[in-house]
Design a protein around this ligand. Structure first.
Ligand code: ADP
Ligand code: MG
Length: 346
């Protein structure tokens, strides 16, 4: 069988610079960096006196995190965990912190976020690009060991069963965005925008004092915007069925976010989920989990937990916004939309 593969490239979310006050912008020195890390194109831009040093340190931090969290690098924490044959492994504070968030959100979402799906991702070819559609029995065999409750984790010690393997693809970029934000703050930067391949994190305001604006990709035409959202010291993080996928000869599309219940691409009525909140790693974890859960379960989760806003795009093309975004989302084309409110049920 021949497959056509697609991976969304640079800037799945486009930053709109808008028109600021040129005099004020000239006052602050911008520093920026473009890099390819964690399998994606990244762009960092910071304004202020110490911006060059801040961006340089951020780049180094990204490289270190990439090494620590990579599933393929034989020096990484993840590699050590996955190849320990069931023994305990000591991990860095970064790995321990990410695991803690992933395990917590995995639990809260009844396993929709599942960082132990690596063997299933591999059999579909999402880890290598050698795509195939595995048969049901093969998936079923592998799924026995894909359960985050099998992870035993205390402090910096992590143990998983011999057959289990972890992958932090759903959360690593969000955590990295938080780490870069932290470095920028330490350098006194009050205006920066961090784009980690569609995961955008805004620090402070634009140099002209206006709010950063982030584009939300149209999942049906990924080179176009569905609309824009303001980001005020917030992360804007999207998971979608258009980000990385392949199609078979029959035109069926298979994407990289799997439903841990079935081991197949999650197909619960959503084409894309954007989560907006203060904490990048949580938004990243949630964007993946809520994509798996579908509209109604995502709305229930939001009503029960709060602490973030979300924009869901259904496979029918409807946009569902939580009420905090009602006045903030600026559509770029005519859209059928509805608002998800706190004081209602599905
Ligand atoms: P992206 O990496 O495109 O920004 P996500 O944050 O949604 O998108 O992460 C998707 C990645 O997470 C996949 O490439 C895979 O490595 C991993 N993954 C797939 N399905 C799940 C799942 N249900 N739970 C946790 N991780 C997953
Ligand atoms: Mg994610």
């Amino acid at each position: 069988m021949k497959y056509r593969a697609f991976a969304a490239s640079l800037l799945t979310l486009i930053l709109l610079t808008g028109c600021g006050d040129p005099a004020q912008e000239a006052d602050s020195a911008p520093a920026s960096a473009d890099l390819f890390a964690m399998d994606t194109y990244m762009n960092l831009k910071a304004y202020g006196k110490d911006a060059s040093a801040a961006v340089k340190e951020a780049e180094e931090r990204i490289r270190t995190l990439e090494q620590t969290l990579s599933v393929t690098d034989s020096q990484s924490d993840l590699y050590a965990i996955n190849h320990a044959d069931g023994a305990a492994v000591r991990v860095s504070a970064d790995t321990a912190a990410i695991l803690e968030t992933a395990e917590r959100i995995g639990q809260n979402t009844n396993g929709a976020l599942c960082i132990s799906l690596y063997p299933v991702l591999r059999t579909w070819g999402f880890t290598t690009g050698e795509y195939r559609v595995p048969d049901a029995s093969e998936i079923e065999n592998l799924l026995q060991f894909c359960d985050d409750r099998l992870i035993s984790h205390e402090g910096d010690s992590v143990t998983i069963p011999k057959e289990t393997e972890l992958d932090l693809g759903a959360v690593a970029k969000g955590y990295t965005g938080d780490a870069v934000t932290e470095i920028f703050k330490q350098h006194g930067i009050t205006s920066a925008i961090i784009n980690l391949g569609g995961n955008v994190q805004a620090l402070g305001k634009k140099p002209d004092g206006s709010t950063w604006t982030v584009g939300v990709t149209d999942p049906f035409s990924p080179d176009q915007l569905l609309g824009t959202l303001p980001a005020d010291n917030q992360a804007v993080i999207t998971s979608g069925n258009y980000e990385r996928y392949f199609t078979d000869d029959g035109g069926n599309r298979y994407w990289h976010i799997l439903d841990p219940e079935t081991g197949a691409p999650a197909d619960n009525g959503l084409a894309a989920v954007t989560v907006i909140g203060e904490c990048g790693v949580e938004c990243d974890a949630l964007s993946t989990a809520l994509f798996v859960m579908g509209t109604d379960a995502a709305a229930d989760y939001w009503r029960q937990n709060g602490g973030f806003e979300m924009l869901l795009v259904t496979t029918d093309g409807e946009v569902c916004l939580t009420e905090g975004l009602e006045q903030k989302f600026q559509p770029k084309r005519e859209l059928q939309s509805r608002v998800i409110r706190h004081d209602e049920t599905n």
